[in-house]
Design a protein around this ligand. Structure first.
Ligand code: SF4
Length: 82
C-alpha cells in the first residue's frame, strides 16, 4: 500500500467518535442491537471518511460509518460494479 495513501486514510481516525465510547457496541453479538453504535456514528464528524474506508477495505465485521454488515456489503458490491 502506498504510505501516503495510508496516512491519508488514517488521519480521520483522530476525530472518530468511537474512540470515546465502548468499542464493544460496534460489534454486537448475533441478535444484539446495533442501535447505540449507529447513533454514535450519526453524530460522528468523520462518518463519510469512515464509511469510505470500510467500503475500500471491504470490512467484514462490525458497524462502520453508521451502517451494518448487510448495508456495507451492498455498498461494497455497488462500488465494485461501478
Ligand atoms: S462513523 Fe462510527 S465507526 Fe466510523 S469513526 Fe465514526 S463513530 Fe467510529
Amino acid at each position: 500500500m502506498n504510505p501516503i495513501t495510508t496516512i491519508a486514510h488514517d488521519a480521520w481516525r483522530e476525530d472518530a467518535l468511537c474512540r470515546q465510547t465502548d468499542p464493544e457496541i460496534f460489534h454486537p453479538e448475533v441478535g444484539g442491537t446495533a442501535v447505540p453504535a449507529k447513533q454514535t456514528c450519526m453524530a460522528c464528524p468523520v462518518r463519510p471518511d469512515c464509511l469510505d474506508y470500510a467500503i475500500d477495505t471491504r470490512q467484514q465485521w462490525g458497524i462502520w460509518g453508521g451502517v451494518g454488515q448487510k448495508e456495507l456489503r451492498r455498498l461494497i458490491n455497488q462500488r465494485t460494479a461501478a
